[in-house]
Design a protein around this ligand. Structure first.
Ligand SMILES: Nc1nc2c(ncn2[C@@H]2O[C@H](COP(=O)(O)OP(=O)(O)O)[C@@H](O)[C@H]2O)c(=O)[nH]1
Ligand SMILES: [Mg+2]
Length: 330
């Protein structure tokens, strides 16, 4: 690699933290008047959703760090909604939100809708299939958002014990990282660009389009880097994460959605929005990466969030937060 390129990439590499940099006391001090929503997208997550909601309620809602805890139920056919409600979350059916935009399954559509139904100045998302959930997975992501004035987006990363602790998952290491290295090298430095534990200031999130399916994570990162630069992104070490491990067959469509999203951000003609993955001896799988518009372009959103352009924390709050955290950060 030529030296100039290396310098450029190092300077732009995302700032890295550890969840232990952000003890609850520091976060509560830094929070000021900033409100925080946590939204869990869930599709048939009955085995895990109850413990996640209970842990968040006990550690973060009751202590005042999190103001709102929502589960967005995406057409579950199991007891996800009932279990989440009993454990103390407000449950919203994805199908009831913005139905005029189509029922649209898929993770990205759910995250997009969660911006409309949540109220917080900061929104944090967390996958609902985590088996070893600990509330530091959410408070860690919140850390840089509450304590660092320039950070607009914060992404969790972790070791995967099922993978010998090495790197990301298969789709991350074989698809996302090589393509990012080629086309958006600042993002190849993220340890887990596809992780489901991340969040941002509403003022930034509401300006981004959301890819409907599994391309959502990579689409948000690329659009943010292009408009604001990698210096507004932080990554936070969340220790270990265990979730549902998918078969290679299941990962093909996910990998294709990621490729579609990255390629279409290089040149819209490189991949169609809707494509078919051919699998010899099996039915082809349709993979989509259609986009929902930035929420600030949606009339219903502006009605529900009339102050949306003013939801960024007040300048004085940011300065307070930055000065109170400076001493304890590495
Ligand atoms: N598979 C799937 N997951 C969804 C959908 N909508 C929301 N989700 C949730 O998105 C999160 C991540 O999904 P998962 O399948 O575990 O993705 P992976 O971790 O990247 O393999 C989980 O909490 C799902 O319940 C959907 O339409 N399909
Ligand atoms: Mg998962």
């Amino acid at each position: 690699m030529v030296a100039a390129q290396a310098d450029h990439m190092e300077a732009d590499a995302p700032r890295t933290y550890h969840h232990r940099d952000f003890p609850l006391r520091l976060l509560l001090e830094s929070k000021g008047r900033t409100s925080v929503s946590v939204c869990l997208p869930a599709r048939n997550e009955a085995p895990t959703i109850g413990a996640i909601v209970a842990s968040l309620n006990r550690d973060l809602v009751s202590t005042g760090l999190v103001d709102e805890l929502l589960v967005i139920d995406d057409h579950s056919t199991d007891d996800t909604a009932a279990i989440a409600g009993e454990a103390g979350a407000s449950v919203v059916a994805s199908a009831d939100v913005l139905p005029d935009y189509g029922e649209g399954h898929g993770k990205g559509g759910v995250l997009w809708k969660s911006l409309l139904v949540s109220r917080g100045d900061i929104v944090v998302w967390c996958d609902a299939d985590l088996r070893n959930f600990n509330s530091h997975m959410v408070s860690g992501v919140l850390g840089p958002l509450l304590t660092e004035a320039r950070i607009q987006f914060s992404k969790g990363f972790y070791d995967r014990p099922d993978n010998g602790g090495q790197g990301g998952g298969r789709v991350t290491e074989l698809v996302a990282r090589p393509l990012l290295s080629l086309l958006f090298p600042e993002l190849a430095y993220l340890q887990q660009p596809l992780s489901g534990e991340y969040g941002g200031h509403r003022s930034a999130l509401e300006r981004l389009p959301f890819v409907e399916g599994y391309g959502v994570e990579i689409g948000l990162l690329i659009d943010l880097v292009r408009s604001e630069g990698a210096e507004v992104i932080a990554q936070v070490d969340l220790d270990q994460r265990e979730h549902r491990n998918r078969s290679l067959r299941d990962l093909g469509p996910q990998a294709m959605a990621i490729m579609q999203t990255i390629l279409r951000r290089t040149d819209r003609d490189l991949a169609p929005v809707l494509a078919e993955l051919s699998i010899p001896g099996a039915d082809t799988v349709e993979v989509g990466s259609a986009e929902r518009p930035p929420m600030i372009e949606v009339a219903e959103y502006l009605e529900a969030h009339p102050n949306s352009s003013r939801t960024a924390p007040a300048e004085s709050d940011i300065q307070l937060a930055a000065s109170s955290s400076a001493a304890s950060l590495p």
